[in-house]
Design a protein around this ligand. Sequence first.
Ligand SMILES: [Zn+2]
Length: 253
Amino acid sequence: MDVVALPALSDNYVFALVDRAAHRAAVVDPGDAGPPLALLEREGLALEAILLTHHHGDHVGGVEPLRRRHPAARVVGAAADRGRLPALTDAVREGDRIALLGRQAAVLDVPGHTRGHVAYFVPGAAGGGDLFSGDTVFGGTIGNLFEGTPDEMFDSLQKLRALPPATRIWCAHEYTLTWVREAARFEPDHAGLAARLAALERRQAAGDPVTVPLTLEEERATNPFFRWDDPGLLARLGTPPGREAFRRLCELP
Ligand SMILES: [Zn+2]
């Protein structure tokens, strides 16, 4: 299974999971049907499933046009958001496993950005895996807490942080440079952050702005929201580790 990141709208990614041998594909968070439809057409792929992480228009806007062209595709999304996800056929929740291109994907409930936000984890052969996390985590930061609380987001990130470090994170927006720069400003003495920022700036200058997939390992090392027990960060925040540190991070301007 290959994952193709398709830029869409202003800074979204739509992800296509492609099984070329079996001529089939799945699509995650189609905010716009154009890029995935073009790929399916070009490669002669049947659309097996559309996975939705949450209800925002820039993640679901392309569902109906995709279904018109591929009426057999299942539409998978959070049971908690039944009623505000278009054309939902498979309502899922924490612990569910879904068949995906001959593999099994695990469903994680990760509320915070929205109430009924889910992530999909497809374990890989070599101990890592692919995580489709919607607007839960971005390079160097987390998604806005539009409907959830810092405590809910903390519980969600604990689940994500516990995945294998080699997990590839396919986050749904390209925000990495902005937020790693911000994090490096907040922690100017963090060598790993400085190095990450320098590498991102080199890539940007070379005309290669795409930073997905992220890796869980790198987010654990540099993203402040994954480092609620990092002594250097805790000294800066002035809180005990864990939930309180996470809450404080959420309050920062
Ligand atoms: Zn969103």
